[in-house]
Design a protein around this ligand. Sequence first.
Ligand SMILES: [Zn+2]
Ligand SMILES: [Zn+2]
Length: 122
Amino acid sequence: MIVLFGNKAYYDILGYMVTTCPGCKTTSVMTVEQQRKKLTVYFIPTFDFSRKQYMYCGHCHERFEIDKSLQSTVKARLLSKKQMENLIQQLEMETPRYECANCEARVEAGMRFCPQCGNSLG
Ligand SMILES: [Zn+2]
Ligand SMILES: [Zn+2]
């Protein structure tokens, strides 16, 4: 009888985390993934035999394994996609923006008059 073994890795996105990449040292949004390796054995139902977690850096495109002892810490810090979007938005809000007090048009730093309504930006 021939027994067929095989395995296939799946990655489920668990959430997002802002942290410093161990590879490229960039502080950015890392995608936290759960790896599931399905063991497939002929005639026997498949089951998960791997529960490794990885974080994926969108900057250097590397995947780093999260140590088992750190998984609970990571879990506590995980952000949902929505929370992540809000955070990014918040960061953008905090970067200095200049806008015309009259028409709220976006103006460049150092401009003296609004290009849209001509209001003095003094
Ligand atoms: Zn990186
Ligand atoms: Zn204006």
